[in-house]
Write a new protein. Structure first.
Length: 65
């Protein structure tokens, strides 16, 4: 009979997908923003808009005159 796998179930959640590089699941991804330079909310929103525009393949719309 197969052993019940309850204790291991949580570990399976963090198992890397096939083809993924082995990495520790508890390590957060590196932040795209430099940690030593805090940004204002406006700067962060602006850079997020630029990133999204890049991902969508569109030029960012600037509200500046």
């Amino acid at each position: 009979l197969a052993e019940p796998r309850a204790p291991d179930a949580a570990n399976d959640l963090f198992a890397p997908l096939p083809g993924q590089a082995e990495s520790a699941p508890h390590q957060p991804a590196p932040s795209p923003f430099p940690a030593h330079k805090p940004r204002s909310e406006a700067e962060t929103l602006e850079s997020l808009e630029e990133e999204m525009a890049k991902l969508l393949g569109r030029p960012p719309h600037n509200n500046k005159p």
